[in-house]
Design a protein around this ligand. Structure first.
Ligand code: HEM
Length: 182
């Protein structure tokens, strides 16, 4: 996984638990903690860091990944200024993720391996998304979806009725985005 994701995780943990918290995470994960944004690092190293972050937050893996994803979205925007500008709302952003945003990320960060989202608008405020990735980070995706709602001041409800971690054949999300009032 790209170093930028490690940098963002460090930023999240440090903001909430201080530098001592991040040192604690590095110690528990038994990793060096030196990541340059363009570097590529083993997925296993990220998974060890996530497990360690779960321990210090006291959250289970799925809730912790969701928390990380939600915190990650504004930091991605800082790292890629203007990335959201073309999209007026969460619906627009989520629909552009698979065909525009992640492909741009791959151009900017050679070697990035982004997940695939099969996305379909199923109603005026409803979206169906299937997540596909070897990494099994569907809960991170869940958190990032909630983060888009934060970004646009919209309430986003995310259901995850089918999940490969629960033995289903796919990871399927149903998303309902509440219309803005006023
Ligand atoms: C500003 C918008 C976004 C940017 C710049 C961005 C960028 C990235 C980058 C750099 C990675 C790491 C790829 C690698 O290391 O190989 C990544 C992974 C990922 N992204 Fe995005 N992303 C954005 C929005 C989103 C949103 C809205 C979602 C979910 C709906 C999402 C879901 C994911 C997931 C789940 C991964 C983990 C990798 C995997 O599951 O295989 N991203 N993204």
């Amino acid at each position: 996984m790209k170093g930028i994701v490690f940098n963002v995780l460090e930023d999240i943990v440090t903001e909430h638990y201080g530098e001592a918290g991040w040192d604690d995470v590095l110690g528990r994960a038994e990793v060096s903690g030196v990541y340059t944004s363009l570097g590529n690092y083993e997925d296993d190293e990220m998974m060890r860091l996530v497990s360690a972050a779960c321990e210090i937050t006291g959250l289970d893996t799925s809730d912790c990944l969701q928390w990380i994803g939600r915190e990650m979205l504004p930091r991605f925007e800082q790292a890629y200024p203007g990335v959201f500008d073309p999209y007026p709302d969460s619906m627009g952003l989520l629909q552009a993720l698979n065909d525009v945003i992640h492909p741009e990320v791959v151009k900017l960060y050679p070697g990035a391996q982004v997940p695939v989202f099969d996305c379909e608008q199923t109603g005026p405020h409803e979206l169906s998304m299937d997540y596909r990735s070897e990494r099994g980070l569907c809960s991170l995706a869940h958190g990032l979806m909630l983060g888009t709602g934060d970004r646009y001041g919209q309430t986003v409800h995310v259901d995850h009725p089918e999940c490969q971690h629960r033995g289903d054949t796919r990871c399927h999300f149903q998303i309902h985005i509440e219309p803005r009032v006023g």
